[in-house]
Design a protein around this ligand. Structure first.
Ligand code: AMP
Ligand code: MG
Length: 385
């Protein structure tokens, strides 16, 4: 089913931002090295630059070269140049002996070490050749890639525009979170969860008013939502008498790619296209909304934001206790992963409405549909929150 999402054509638009605003944005074009990295051979240790063939033994120290300067020194036979990390290797030298492996007496340096030519030297162009792509388009910009862009002097960064994602919650019982709900009402937590998830996935959330469970009102708001790049609906996709979301979408001529997934929380989950816009009808139970967004809709937001290969943050951890569950559906159950990431403990929960359990958890335990028992110590897949 996730494949059905990934195989659709999403077309992002390019804009330019300053490097200071580029974190989390998606690079729109390859950025290339402006020169060789390093531009000249450099020492990767503090020590002495020598000719490898002269090692070991006693050397005449003919001077020093610091990081940030060019040296006119030339290392001849049995001569050494004191050198700092990052400094250019002087002519003649082809190895560096670490200062920790030497003794110094006046103008002499002594070492027991041997070295191969090239030891502790990064040759010119060994990290990247001039003109080579150092960050490729379609990658989200992390601090490591921002460092790379700064290294090559790319301070105006071509990125994809963030997709605008309409969020439409449905349900006669759902009230705005600023209101105090009556005992038969619930605050609209889904709009908040989805807005946070959309932002996290690189989108710009556009919440709409809550749609009442009547055809005309829902249709009007769906039409508004379809002006954005993607429409997320929550609620109204199950089998209840007033679950009219699919009917409204069908009335607008929607094409449905799927209307159900064998996942809990989840099950009813609608993905399709109408008026050249993609939409997801997510189940309304808060746990289901959050989980189905993560495993299905997030990929669509990421593809729209230009990410070439959306990834889910899975890891493996060992169960801290025996675990049983009814088979039949792949389940994503709230769980706590230990600080070292090695262990996972399922969190007691009352089902898809149990937001408190999900808020205590930091991950979802991924439970195989085919089995019903897992002993303590077993490795289980875990999806990080
Ligand atoms: P539905 O999918 O419309 O049948 O809703 C399933 C359950 O989720 C019901 O108990 C709703 O009250 C609850 N629910 C639906 N929408 C929301 C929402 N926006 N925020 C919080 N809970 C909701
Ligand atoms: Mg409903």
């Amino acid at each position: 089913m996730l494949r059905r999402v990934r195989e659709q054509q999403f077309t992002p638009i390019v804009e330019e931002v300053g490097l200071e605003d580029a974190l989390g944005r998606v690079l729109a074009r390859d950025v290339r090295a402006d020169r060789d990295y390093p531009p000249v051979a450099r020492s990767v240790r503090d020590g002495f630059a020598v000719r490898a063939e002269d090692l070991p033994g006693e050397f005449e120290v003919i001077g020093e070269v610091r990081a940030g300067e060019r040296s006119a020194l030339q290392a001849g036979p049995k001569q050494a140049v004191e050198i700092m990390t990052g400094a250019p290797i002087p002519a003649g030298a082809d190895a560096v002996v670490m200062v920790e492996h030497t003794t110094r007496e006046g103008g002499l340096m002594r070492t027991e070490r041997t070295a191969k030519p090239g030891e502790f030297i990064n040759p010119a162009g060994s990290e990247a050749r001039a003109g080579r792509a150092v960050v490729t388009g379609g990658l989200p910009l992390t601090h490591t890639r921002i460092a790379m862009l700064a290294t090559v002097g790319c301070l105006r960064v071509p990125v994809y525009r963030k997709p605008a994602v309409a969020i439409l919650s449905t349900g006669d019982e759902v009230v705005d979170a600023v209101q105090t709900p009556l005992e038969f009402q619930v605050r609209n937590s889904n709009a908040w969860a989805l807005a946070a998830q959309v932002k996290h996935a690189g989108g710009e959330p556009r919440p709409l008013p809550v749609a009442r469970d009547v055809y005309a009102h829902t249709r009007e708001l769906v039409e508004r939502g379809l002006r954005e790049d993607l429409l997320l609906l929550s609620g109204g996709v199950s089998a209840g008498k007033y679950d009219i979301v699919e009917q409204v979408l069908a009335g607008l001529g929607a094409e449905f790619f799927f209307t159900r997934v064998l996942v809990q929380p989840g099950q009813p989950l609608v993905f399709g296209r109408v008026q050249n816009r993609f939409f997801f009808g997510l189940p309304g139970n808060p746990g289901s909304t959050m989980v189905t967004f993560e495993i299905f809709a997030r990929a669509a937001v990421e593809l729209l934001s230009g990410i070439v290969e959306p990834q889910l943050p899975f890891l493996s951890a060992r169960l801290t206790r025996d675990f049983r569950h009814k088979p039949g559906l792949t389940r994503f159950l709230p769980a706590v992963v230990s600080a070292d990431g090695g262990h996972v403990t399922p969190e007691p929960w009352q089902g898809s409405s149990d937001v408190p359990a999900m808020a205590r958890a930091n991950a979802f335990l991924v439970v195989d549909a085919e089995r019903d028992f897992w002993p303590a110590g077993e490795w289980m897949p875990v999806l990080l929150q």
